[in-house]
Write a protein that binds this ligand. Structure first.
Ligand SMILES: NC(=O)c1ccc[n+]([C@@H]2O[C@H](COP(=O)([O-])OP(=O)(O)OC[C@H]3O[C@@H](n4cnc5c(N)ncnc54)[C@H](OP(=O)(O)O)[C@@H]3O)[C@@H](O)[C@H]2O)c1
Length: 262
């Protein structure tokens, strides 16, 4: 299927590693011009060079902390100036720490609200004038399976990501008339450094690595942990013209882990 993404500008937040990098790579393979960001510029520069080398596509990057409003907005404006359009926004950020409710503090709630929710609000606010003028836009938020079923000891993710889902559904209504779609993807377990940090926490609590992975795989009907590219395929499709009649949805990519019917 030709996804008609050739020449589109895709801005992927938090994209030097893991799911963000996989999404950016897949979009570049489909012919998109890319804008990438992350906090560590050394790793980011390597990722940008790797994607550019493999795909021969322009890749723009900036060291940005997505919870920093001015850095985030400046990055988006610079991307629009450089490429002259903003067609696809993939929101993403580092995952909140492993904590139970009783371990969480006020300061952490505010910090993860900024990272998880306000980065989405601010980046959409900033891309919107461009997408509305173009009467075309694709906004895809990377959330988590925690929006369908809470994950043990991921209290910030379980609570704050639901705000992203509510926002996306509301925006689907507001932005539909302008040809802008808004959807969420909800990953289950995918092998990334982010997942490895969760594994490490469990190991520190006394669980063996094999036991952790075996327990996860037993709960996943497909009996395997996902790879980042397994999520990237869906993101690329949702960014395409063919997905133009899909908006306001949340789609899990979890090997069947989520047990509900809908
Ligand atoms: N992997 C999974 O199984 C899974 C499942 C469900 C949900 N998720 C969620 O999906 C998101 C991505 O997960 P991942 O596994 O790909 O994580 P990862 O392997 O840790 O990669 C995170 C990426 O985001 C960047 N980043 C982190 N915090 C940032 C910030 N404040 N500003 C800008 N860039 C930032 C990192 O680079 P720098 O550190 O240099 O900034 C890195 O490029 C997370 O929110 C995670 O909770 C992941």
């Amino acid at each position: 299927m030709n996804l008609n993404l050739e020449g589109k500008t895709a801005l992927v937040l938090a994209s030097s590693k893991g799911l963000g990098k996989a999404a950016a790579t897949a979009l570049a393979e489909e012919g998109c011009r890319l804008a990438l960001c992350a906090r560590n510029e050394i790793v980011l520069k390597e990722t940008a060079a790797e994607i550019q080398r493999k795909n021969d596509r322009p890749v723009f990057y900036r060291g940005v902390d997505v919870k920093n409003k001015s850095e985030l907005e400046a990055f988006i404006h610079e991307t629009a100036e450089k490429f002259g359009s903003l067609d696809i926004l993939v929101t993403n950020a580092g995952g909140p720490p492993v904590k139970s409710f009783e371990e969480s503090t006020d300061d952490e709630w505010y910090e993860w609200y900024e990272v998880t929710f306000m980065s989405v609000v601010r980046s959409i606010h900033t891309v919107l004038p461009f997408m509305k003028e173009q009467r075309f836009g694709r906004i895809i938020n990377i959330t988590s399976i925690s929006v369908k079923a809470p994950v043990e000891r991921l209290i910030f993710s379980n609570a704050l990501r639901l705000a992203v889902v509510g926002l996306a559904k509301s925006l689907a209504n507001e932005l539909g008339p302008y040809g802008v779609t808004v959807n969420n993807v909800a990953p289950g377990y995918h092998l990334t450094e982010g997942l490895e940090r969760i594994v490490k926490k469990k190991e520190e609590a006394g669980l063996a690595r094999d036991v952790i992975f075996d327990e996860w795989k037993q709960r996943i009907p497909l009996r395997k942990i996902g790879m980042p590219r397994d999520l990237a395929g869906l993101i690329t499709f949702l960014a395409s013209e063919q997905a133009g009649y899909i908006t306001g949805t949340t789609v899990q990519v979890d090997g069947g882990l989520y047990p509900g019917v809908l």
